[in-house]
Design a protein around this ligand. Structure first.
Ligand SMILES: Nc1ncnc2c1ncn2[C@@H]1O[C@H](COP(=O)(O)OP(=O)(O)OP(=O)(O)O)[C@@H](O)[C@H]1O
Ligand SMILES: [Mg+2]
Length: 353
């Protein structure tokens, strides 16, 4: 597989890091993931529902979904200790999600429950050709509080804000080695990135549309999706979009571009150049959450002291392995599996040169 942007220094850095990780010499990395948590109900159907009829599914899976939760699971499977920050409703799906978060031993000290709120839910249909259809519900910014026994329907009830985040809760957790936020809960993303900045640890934002300028201004690293970069810059051209972001936010900027891999700016200002690392050539069977796994793996490697280029290669491999698997969250690899994959690729490179 062809790679650009490789340098001798970063390859040495990668080998040293991988060696330490293989020997288990590094202590458990601690990370915070903040973002959307949703209940995903995935139905396998022979034919995509298109008419107002009853359909029968061949299989069904209930799983933790949403960028924040998938990233948190990925970080954990890759060997980190994880705190998950996000919002749930106080409904049946909220209970199911809490049970699942508990079962997976994710830290939930930063979870918020919205009184009378509904949990985000995605109904996903996957047909025999692998085509997907997703219907997502996310709670609005305000909800009505629960009715008390004395409430009458004529008395107006003041609605509750669902977007507020109590930043003092961040003081109650051990400072992580890095944080990752998505754009689905802006108030929390801003507080978490401000916390990371103050603690002097990497603060990564998954730049999905709609992007948050306030949050991005606090990040040390912005890794857009292709759609997110377009939404931010208003142009389709990768280099122009990244340059605009680097000028505005003065931080490290990149974009993930599915099977095209990753583009980033090396250096700053007039000195900077566009670098590219292709994705690994694999047979993909499920790309759902590939970006979340990528961001989780990238953040983990930064927390472990890797340079960005090494972190990108690791993240590309983690996301590729996820895409190759049909096991949903259980198909997210461990660090050891990623390293074996990278070493096999190194061997292919060595033999072919
Ligand atoms: N088909 C694929 N083959 C190999 N690697 C892939 C493939 N799709 C995604 N990846 C890897 O995952 C990374 C992130 O994917 P992508 O850019 O599609 O994320 P995204 O647009 O944020 O999507 P989502 O968040 O919905 O998963 C890519 O940069 C690449 O390294
Ligand atoms: Mg994404």
């Amino acid at each position: 597989m062809q790679r650009q942007g490789d340098s001798r220094g970063s390859r040495v850095n990668e080998r040293k890091l991988l060696h330490e990780q293989t020997l288990g010499m590094s202590r458990k990395t601690s990370l915070l993931a903040c973002g959307l948590i949703s209940a995903d109900i995935t139905f396998r159907v022979g034919e995509m529902p298109r008419r107002a009829e009853k359909y029968r599914a061949d299989d069904v899976r209930f799983s933790l979904g949403g960028g924040g939760a998938i990233a948190a699971v990925a970080m954990q499977r890759l060997g980190a200790e994880v705190q998950l920050a996000g919002r749930l409703g106080d409904d049946l799906f909220g209970d199911l999600l809490r049970t699942e978060i508990d079962r997976r031993s994710l830290g939930y000290g930063l979870l918020s429950c919205i009184p009378n709120g509904k949990s985000p839910i995605s109904s996903v249909f996957v047909d025999d050709s692998g085509e997907r259809q997703i219907v997502n519900y996310r709670q609005p910014d305000t909800v009505l509080p629960p009715k008390s026994a004395t409430d009458t329907d004529t008395e107006p009830r003041e609605s509750i804000e669902t977007t507020a985040f109590d930043a003092t809760r961040l003081q109650s957790i051990d400072t992580p080695d890095a944080v990752l936020v998505d754009t689905r809960w802006e108030a929390a993303a801003i507080q978490v990135l401000a916390f990371a900045r103050q603690a002097g640890i990497p603060g990564v934002i998954d730049g999905e549309a709609p992007v948050s300028h306030t949050a991005m201004a606090l990040a040390s690293h912005i890794a857009f999706s292709r759609q997110g970069l377009r939404n931010y810059a208003g142009v389709d051209e990768v280099e122009a979009g990244l340059r605009q972001a680097q000028t505005e936010f003065a931080c490290w900027v990149a974009v993930t571009d599915g099977e095209q891999g990753v583009y980033w700016l090396e250096g700053h200002g007039a000195e900077s150049r566009l670098a590219h690392m292709p994705a690994f050539a694999i047979t993909s069977v499920d790309t759902l959450g590939a970006g979340d796994v990528w961001h989780a793996a990238f953040t983990l490697q930064l927390a472990r002291g890797a340079c960005e280029e090494v972190a990108i290669r690791f993240a590309n491999a983690a996301a590729a392995l996820k895409c190759q698997s049909n096991d949903g969250l259980d198909g997210i690899p461990s660090t050891e599996q990623v390293m074996r994959f990278l070493q096999a690729d190194d061997e292919v490179q060595r033999v072919s040169h």
